[in-house]
Structure formats: C-alpha cells, structure tokens
Ligand binder design. Sequence first.
Ligand code: TYM
Length: 325
Amino acid sequence: MAKRLFSGIQPSGDIHIGNYLGALRNWVALIPEFECIYCIVDYHAITIPYEPAEMQGRILSLAAVLVGCGIDPERCTLFVQSHVPEHTELAWVLNSVTPVGELFRMTQFKDKSAQFEGSVNAGLLDYPVLQAADILLYKAEVVPVGEDQVQHLELSREIARRFNARYGPVFPEPKERLTAAARIMGLDDPTKKMSKSLGNTIGLLEEPKSIWEKVRTAVTDPARIRRSDPGEPTKCNVFTLHGYFSSAEDIKRIAPACRAAAIGCIECKKTLYENMMKVLDPIRERAQALLADPEQVWAILRRGAERCRPIAQATMAEVKKAMGL
Ligand code: TYM
C-alpha cells in the first residue's frame, strides 16, 4: 500500500504563484507515489475576518484552480474540511495534549495577531491544532507545504508524540515535503513573503494584463539604478522567478547579459512574463472551463468527502477507544 499524504489550502484571498510553486506543484507531482488527500480548509479560513456571502464562491473557485493545476480527482481525493466533521472533533481532543505555550510561540500566530490586532480570536491561536488534526485524522506521513508551514508541522509531530505517549501508539509522525521554491517573495517588496493576506500576489486566476503590470513594476537588484549599470542576478527577485518559470537556455542567456548590462530589466521582465504565462494561461483556462459548470465542481468535492469520511470515522473510533471515551 502506498503511504498516505495530506495537505491543505485556505479559501481566503486569491490563490497565487507562491502557493503554486511552494506547494501545489508538489501536490501534483506526488500523486503517482502516494495516496493523496487534498483539503480546502474552510474552518481555518474563518479565523481571520471574512465575508460569509463570499465563502462558497471562494471554495468553488479554489477547487476549480486546484483541478486546473492538475489535482486530478480521479487519481486523488479533493474535499472541503467542513464536509468532514471529524476534523474539528479530533482538534478538540488534541487540544487536551497541546501545551498552550507552544501555540503562543508560533510565528504565524504572532504575524496574524499583529495584522488583525483588535480581532484576535481563540481560533487563530488554536489554528495549528486543527492543522495537526487534519493530518493525523488520516494518519498521513507526508505533507507537501511551503516553508512557512514547517513550524506547524513540527508542532503536529509534537502533538502526535504527546498523544501516543499518553494513550498508546495511534498516530505516525508526519513529515513536511518542500519544493525548491519553498518561499516565494512579493514582487513589489522582495523582503516580504508573497501572501494572500498582504495582497502582494500574482493570482492564478488573475488577468494577464494585471499580471504584466505587477511584473513590469517588480523590484529588481536595488544596486542597478540606470540601464547602463551592471546587475547582479542573485540579488534579483525577478531572476529568482526565472528559475521557476524559464527554460535553462533563457536563464543561461539572461544571467551574463544582466551582469554585463547587455539587457535591461524590462527586457528581462518581458521574458519572465511570457514564460510565466505559458504556465498560468492553461491553468486559468482549465479553471474557467470548470467554473462554467459549478455543479460538476461541487460533485467532485462531495465525492471527495465521501471517500474521506470512513477513514476519519475509523481514526476517531480508535482515538476514543484509546482515551476511554
Ligand atoms: P495556505 O493556504 O496559506 O497556503 C497553501 C500552501 O502554499 C504555501 N505557500 C507558499 N509557498 C512558498 N512561498 C510562498 N510565498 C507561499 N505562500 C503560501 C503554504 O506553505 C502552503 O503549503 N496552514 C495552511 C493550510 C493547512 C494545512 C493543513 C497544510 C491547514 N491544514 C494540513 C498542510 C496540512 C495554510 O495556511 O496554507
């Protein structure tokens, strides 16, 4: 039997190239190797302010983009977290083995509670416990994520260890799987991570014109001020992105040309944009085609939840037995 793999993504804000390069490419690449379960984590998304009337639309378009990226529902399972109630049930149980000090230590909690100061709720603090429950409910051993989730994965292992030590060996310890692009930075400010909540993203459903505007104005090597100044590709976020979208030939051509000031930043950005759109155009087109028939997308998600539910129920039964509940 193939090992089980789990990962999740929030239906908050627009899905972007950071999600794609950091996580989703691996989600797709690992399908042949593992039994893959992918989840749209709507219960996580309610921990920051959001518009209830928009949630169903967000879930739907996220599902369409995921399928558009290559998450083939015939070869893996795609579902919505709130359709499988055992996620929150297990999260409650895991709360009882989670030290609250660990939760206050989480970088994502610190960042988000600063960002949403005044509306910090208990769910935001408890967020990583629900994430641990997502993974452990399926006894998943591999979790493809971007670098920002590594700390949450460490905590998931800690929670599994504490549960097992107290109640007996129920859970395996899950391990993160990173891509080479585990941390994609914003185009307007390469010192900040590309993130839905910062609004510095290039969206997978974004119109090409708007993407070009962001690429055109992207920050490059700060030392290259005039066209005649030589640039240093290793200090340029645009060049980093070439590494993920452009061919080996383009990269081999651009690096020395930049260093010799033989090409300008605009020319370099045009090449990036064209190569990026070769990847993004087909994803957007497939997603839009799916969205023309929303019922078809909901049916995929319903089937996914039906496949997950028996696994989730079996784990909860085992957990309750181990705990004397
Ligand atoms: P979310 O929705 O913020 O992001 C989804 C995935 O995209 C990765 N990612 C990035 N990778 C590289 N560079 C970036 N700039 C970048 N921004 C985002 C994230 O690391 C993530 O892998 N807590 C999770 C969702 C979750 C989950 C889980 C993940 C809930 N339960 C169980 C794994 C297992 C999150 O907020 O992802």
